[in-house]
Unconditional design. Structure first.
Length: 82
């Protein structure tokens, strides 16, 4: 039986609790969003379902997750894919 979907939050390129620093960013593997906050929605089966953009602050990312999780039934609009 599958569990309930949940959000994972993380800082790009960093371990939990690790702080972004210039030395980390210059480690040769850094992306332009190194150290910024990201989220992903994981399904009850453990597979990722959706990803978010990079946020410079944790507060901004959490505010977005509050909006997403509070949407409830939503309108959908199909648009051109070009």
């Amino acid at each position: 039986m599958a569990g309930k979907p949940y959000f994972q939050i993380y800082r790009e390129g960093l371990k939990v609790g690790e702080q972004a620093s210039l030395l980390n960013a210059l480690g040769g593997h850094a992306s332009p969003t190194h150290g910024q906050w990201r989220w992903r929605l994981v399904g009850g089966n453990g597979e990722p379902m959706a990803y978010g953009e990079a946020y410079t602050t944790k507060a901004a990312m959490l505010a977005t997750l509050d909006i997403i999780s509070g949407l409830g039934p939503t309108n959908y609009f199909e648009i051109d894919g070009r």
